[in-house]
Design a protein around this ligand. Structure first.
Ligand code: SF4
Ligand code: SF4
Length: 195
């Protein structure tokens, strides 16, 4: 388990604001870094993120379920209807706002924030939750080009904050990386990558 993980939400909010400029510097460096391909950067990010994701217990947090807008597809509505044992029309009436979603070109959005299906810090429809919930927070593919959105989320999500802090430490000497990370990003087992 990675040491020094921070999960207190007030602290995360303050620290993310304080680290914002470092995160932005990392973003500029990565966007300009021609020596590393998108796939190599994604392998590096996945390698660093995996133990952090495994170590943080989302069932003790649920902050994303409280503060984020969740956009939905017809497949999500059908899955929720099955999980809630309700007709799709009833799920739509109770939980889904089409007009608000249409303003940003989406099919549906949960009406309530915090999510009406959140029970304490647990999702009451976990096995049937929308795809957006399953994917969050997504670091790859295309970490280099989606980092701006992740930086926006660093103040609300302990996983995002801790992964970005670990990446800043790993990439602060770009294009040089420590030897162990060179092996991670190598395109073949006997390749030292771009290092
Ligand atoms: S994804 Fe982030 S904000 Fe959501 S529950 Fe997990 S740690 Fe908390
Ligand atoms: S459906 Fe579940 S996972 Fe998704 S926002 Fe609501 S409570 Fe959270």
């Amino acid at each position: 388990m990675p040491a020094d993980l921070i999960t207190d939400l007030d602290m995360i909010r303050r620290l993310a604001a304080a680290q914002h400029d470092r995160f932005e510097v990392m973003r500029y460096l990565l966007e300009d870094e021609d020596a590393l391909t998108d796939a190599q950067i994604d392998r590096l990010v996945d390698h660093i993120a995996a133990p952090i994701i495994a170590a943080i217990d989302c069932t003790q947090c649920a902050n994303c379920c409280r503060v984020l807008d969740v956009y939905l597809t017809p497949d999500d509505a059908a899955r929720l209807a099955a999980g809630l044992d309700l007709p799709v029309a009833a799920v739509t009436d109770r939980y889904i706002d089409h007009a608000a979603a249409a303003q940003v070109g989406e099919w549906g959005r949960f009406r309530a924030r915090p999510c009406a299906l959140l029970n304490g810090t647990l999702c009451s429809v976990y096995a049937h939750r929308p795809q957006t919930c399953r994917a969050y927070p997504a670091f790859t593919p295309d970490f280099r080009w989606t980092l701006a959105d992740l930086i926006d989320g660093a103040g609300l999500c302990p996983i995002i904050y801790n992964v970005l802090i670990a990446l800043v430490a790993a990439t602060d000497r770009l294009p040089l990386l420590p030897d162990d990370l060179c092996a991670v990003i190598a395109d073949a087992p006997d390749d030292s990558g771009a290092c």
